[in-house]
Ligand binder design. Structure first.
Ligand SMILES: Cc1cc2nc3c(=O)[nH]c(=O)nc-3n(C[C@H](O)[C@H](O)[C@H](O)COP(=O)(O)O)c2cc1C
Length: 211
């Protein structure tokens, strides 16, 4: 029997920690093994946005926050541990997402820097030709960031933006979060019904003409 390959998730210090947390919650809810790394700035943002403060039992605390059972297949890595599994290309994964991705981490990935485990894992994902998605959150973008996004894309990465659509008529903030997270999951072929997909042309035409 083949076991699902682990998914590498990094949460960095851009606003929108909820995107990373919701993605983690979804993946664990389908029993997808996850290797997680949080940057120091991500912890700071989680404090601002969610009043989340982690002690020594970060895995337990995160799972409690997400309402997921403690047996969930989650490994939380130390940001400074270059000996971690995800620092090596020989550790097989089904890809990596940086959600949300700060401009700082974007720059490090674009330049191939390995200042922390997140950068190293991203560099490994690219060199192994596995799928790497970064969900950048900032506005406006400067020229340097645009060039960095181009560099990541040219290296085979998927550059996504934390920009929810409105054509699915979101009613709540959760709808908007789930739209973005659902589209991230789509990039890795995880089946999900987190958001309402675009209608077929016929349906759209019917809706327009029959109310
Ligand atoms: C509350 C808060 C919100 C932030 N929002 C963003 C953001 O949306 N995008 C961004 O690139 N940086 C943002 N930053 C700044 C990053 O956290 C900072 O550049 C940090 O060095 C990123 O480090 P990391 O990439 O290792 O997480 C924010 C910081 C704080 C405290």
């Amino acid at each position: 029997m083949t076991q699902a390959k682990p998914f590498v998730l990094a949460i960095t210090g851009a606003s929108g920690a909820i995107y990373g947390l919701r993605l983690l919650q979804f993946l664990l809810s389908i029993e997808q093994p996850v290797d997680l790394a949080l940057s120091r700035a991500a912890r700071r943002v989680m404090l601002e946005e969610h009043d989340l403060v982690f002690g020594s039992e970060i895995k337990k605390e995160l799972l409690d926050h997400l309402g997921i059972a403690q047996e969930a297949p989650l490994i939380v890595h130390d940001l400074g541990d270059y000996g971690a599994s995800i620092a090596s290309g020989s550790y097989k994964t089904c890809g990596m997402a940086v959600v949300p991705c700060s401009l700082g981490t974007l720059g490090a990935i674009a330049a191939g820097l390995t200042e922390n485990l997140i950068h190293r894992a991203a560099a490994v994902t690219l060199k192994e030709k596995r799928r790497l998605l970064i969900l950048v959150r900032e506005m406006p973008f400067g020229h340097i960031q645009l060039k960095n996004m181009t560099a990541v894309s040219e290296a085979g990465g998927i550059v996504a933006c934390a920009s929810p659509g409105f054509y699915h008529r979101p009613q709540t903030i959760q709808d908007q979060i789930d739209f973005v997270v659902g589209r991230v999951l789509d990039q890795f072929d995880f089946d999900n019904a987190l958001f309402k997909r675009w209608k077929s042309e016929t349906e759209l035409w019917d809706t327009k003409n029959n109310g």
